[in-house]
Design a protein around this ligand. Sequence first.
Ligand SMILES: Nc1nc(=O)c2c([nH]1)NC[C@@H]1CN(c3ccc(C(=O)N[C@@H](CCC(=O)O)C(=O)O)cc3)C=[N+]21
Length: 296
Amino acid sequence: MTARVIDGKATAAALRERIAGEVVRFRDAHGRAPGLAVVLVGDDPASTVYVRSKGKATLEAGMESFEHKLPADTGEKELLELVDRLNDDPAVDGILIQLPLPRHIDADKVLTRIDPDKDVDGFHPLNAGRLAVGLDGFVACTPLGCLKLLRAERGDLSGLNAVVIGRSNIVGKPMAQLLLAESCTVTIAHSRTHDLPAVVRGADIVVAAVGRPEMVKGDWLKPDATVIDVGINRIEAEEDGKGRLVGDVDFASASVVAGAISPVPGGVGPMTIACLIRNTLVSAARRHGFSLPEDL
Ligand SMILES: Nc1nc(=O)c2c([nH]1)NC[C@@H]1CN(c3ccc(C(=O)N[C@@H](CCC(=O)O)C(=O)O)cc3)C=[N+]21
């Protein structure tokens, strides 16, 4: 048996298309486009690529993109002042500070300075708390994208056993909260979990977000499980001299057992960007009392 491959690229493209349509309506009603500010400190090559694709997606959705590229030696105080200006700028609906930040900057301090109602990354503690208690706020883009893929694949998730591997603040914890809100029975597994393969074998839904290349094997899976692979691991060059991208799931063995699986690349990554655009539109809409479709 071979798993269905969950096409994150196509799902993301369809979502971005819908968003672009809503942006046109928003513009007509309010005379401006939603705006996203992206702040990059330093010149990490991977971060530079991500920031470029976020800017491109923002413009393609008909939104305004404000890119702030600062040198690696930018002081914390200077960065906090930029955040303050963006918080006060009425043209800016969403603020994203690209992570990781250089070590001399306290990332928690900077993220907490962002106006929670412009925090389209969902990283502010107030938004984490809102998610935990079921209030409207912003949900981090990667777990939100995973949930959209799961809903598209499985429909109603209630009563399903979900195992989230990884307990980070940006993926594992919010993912678990979202699945709990969908009435899944949720287990969060992590590096100290005893007999992880046995835990994963009980799961109808597996979300792997540990950052260990190809860790989850096919014989860990319940037949027909839905597997969402959040990992993006760059593997060193092999015979052909080219590096390649792999997930946290061993795709070859997993796709023989799973019912459906998201690939890397082309799975969760494109959904993350689509959800960032989505959150920016939602932010602008909330600010103006503009109504959007429930399921966007
Ligand atoms: N404040 C902040 N918010 C973020 O959301 C954030 C961040 N910092 N720092 C870095 C991570 C990483 N991230 C990705 C987004 C899209 C792809 C993506 O589209 N990946 C493509 C392939 C990309 C490639 O080929 O390298 C795919 O999976 O198909 C990947 C990774 C957002 N992040």
